[in-house]
Ligand binder design. Structure first.
Ligand SMILES: [Zn+2]
Length: 274
């Protein structure tokens, strides 16, 4: 089983390729209102590349790769409860892990946990920054948490990050039966044809979220609902031919990722120190 698990981990495809993350975070930078901290608004040259970086961390060695790999996805089909109920019952990654250890050995992934962890960390450091606005250490921490949060919240908007069918339709044993390579066709090759200007029409200034966890559940369930559309586009050859419909679809997914990031940053700033 361990050998199979190892292959499964290593074979797992990445998030939006570097370009997708850069486009989404570039859109976020253009959405930030003037009541957010100036140093943050002026740090696009740090935040944009940082939002693409977590996919490269795996190159820093197996320890890093195997330890953090699970934070980039969650296969919703493997949960034994609807996502909202699951997160209510298992509110942190360790309670979820304990639960999964008693199961069949398949780990759905920690994506929503990691997003919530980073959101809480960003809110915490924003709270400290309100006391000491020019503290350089706090500013660096805020940039690190914000850029990392952007990466993982953007991963969420890639429907194939929320499904066992992440790189081809699989049967109940997890063996690919069709559409092999869809992951790369969607988030790699297709996104080469997208620019930040394609994303901007679909975003608006950030808003303070009500319940952050509930907003995350809604966003994940909505994104998961698009899995079938990614497959339909692939079946019609539209991903490969990069048709206008496929480009528009991917731009909208990137826009929803960008909107979530902006709303999370904005909410963290509004509530930090409260
Ligand atoms: Zn990722």
């Amino acid at each position: 089983m361990y050998a199979a698990l190892f292959i499964f981990i290593l074979g797992r495809a990445d998030a939006w390729w570097e370009r997708g993350h850069r486009i989404a975070t570039e859109a976020v930078m253009r959405m930030l209102p003037s009541d957010m901290p100036r140093f943050l608004r002026a740090s696009g040259d740090v935040l944009v590349p940082l939002s693409a970086a977590p996919d490269r961390w795996k190159k820093y060695g197996d320890l890093v790769h195997l330890g953090w790999r699970w934070d980039h996805f969650m296969d919703l089909e493997l949960l034994d409860l609807p996502l909202g109920k699951f997160l209510e019952k298992f509110p942190d990654r360790f309670s979820a892990m304990e639960h999964w250890c008693g199961g069949n050995g398949r780990i759905p992934g920690f994506l929503p946990y990691h997003i919530l962890e980073l959101y809480e960390a960003l809110k915490g450091v924003f709270g400290e920054l309100k006391e000491k606005p020019s503290d350089p250490s706090l500013q660096v921490q805020a940039l690190f948490f914000a850029g990392s949060l952007a990466h993982f919240a953007e991963d969420l908007s890639q429907p194939l990050h929320l499904t066992v069918h992440y790189d081809g339709r699989v049967d109940e044993r997890g063996v690919v039966i069709s559409n092999k390579g869809i992951h790369e066709r969607f988030e790699g090759q297709l996104v080469e044809h997208i620019d930040v200007k394609d994303v901007l029409p679909y975003v608006h200034p950030p808003e303070e979220l009500g319940n952050v966890k509930e907003a995350l559940v809604r966003a994940m369930e909505r994104s998961h609902g698009f899995v079938k559309e990614v497959y339909a586009l692939d079946n019609r050859g539209e991903l490969e031919r990069t048709t206008p419909e496929a480009v528009r679809f991917a731009a909208r997914r990137l826009a929803e990722g960008a909107q979530l990031v902006a709303d999370l940053w904005y909410t963290a700033w509004a509530r930090g120190g409260r």
